[in-house]
Design a protein around this ligand. Sequence first.
Ligand code: MRU
Length: 351
Amino acid sequence: MMNEPHLQTVAWKHNAIRLIDQTRLPETLHYVDIRGLKTLWQAIKAMKVRGAPALGGTAALGVYLGIKNARVKNISGLMKIMDEVIAYIGSSRPTARNLFWAMERIRRAAQRSSAKTVEGIKQLTFKEAQKIIAEDMISCRNIGRFGQTLLKDNDTVLTICNTGILATIDYGTALGVIYSAVKQGKRIKVYACETRPMLQGARLTTWELKRAGIETALICDSMAASLMSQGLIQKVIAGADRIVANGDTANKIGTYNLAVASRYHNVPFYVAAPASTFDLRLRTGKEIPIEERPGDEVTKLFFKKPIAAAGIGVYNPAFDVTPGRLISAIITDRGIVKAPYTKNIRNIIKG
Ligand code: MRU
């Protein structure tokens, strides 16, 4: 029986943004309180907080953090500062749509508000950020509710990166589907890809799933196709950082490999994400900005032990794009979407 997860990855506590410091897991469950915008930017960049929906919640609170002490004469002065704060937080990591979506939503709410004072707009910003956080908790459970219908008793599911409690506010997208299936009484075994180079699968997913009492085996990323060829994987479920109009999906580097291998071995490949991850302004995955990260993530084991010749060149894109045509279905908080994606995504996300 699964133990209920009771963690909140991102919250507002004692006048600060309280985050689980994910760089310290699995050794220590440590929280950091963030009181300044620069510290927030660095925490995002260093992946103390990561995962698209968690980044959305963090950025939303970050907008409030950035404006709450602003001394300005009028609302237009405050909006100018808000724009600067949004641009600054947005310069931390470019790929996850949720980070930008959350800040755009707050800005729109402030613009449309009938509040007549600077203090009123500050309060509205705070409330909107809290709403984004509360809605994420609901939307993850909805993803779980819809997605679990795709899993059968005794299924073995392969996943990549971390898409659980730690990647959202408190439940997860792809892992939320697994949590929900287990809650329904289905026996699910998980294979977790370690997810080089930052090891979110090894460090975070195994920690979460062990805590939840879900049978899990950690594998190296390079083992996935071989497991599929042996019939050990019934389904693959990945998360998403950005899904565009035609279903092309950016997610953690290595996701595309899994999608290609799944198609070859006839294993269903699912993506799970909330509506806030969709970016319908972009038509194809070619338009998605892909973050490139420092080489020492690849040449050193978690920045410590060198594992490559000193000074060697490195290319380290943090995400790849899986074409929609390789995705069997996208599990959203509004229902399950299947091809043809351009039409069906528009209906479910805009409708
Ligand atoms: O670089 P990260 O750890 O932020 O990448 C996270 C992922 O790729 C996740 O799969 C994605 O954000 C979805 S999280 C529910």
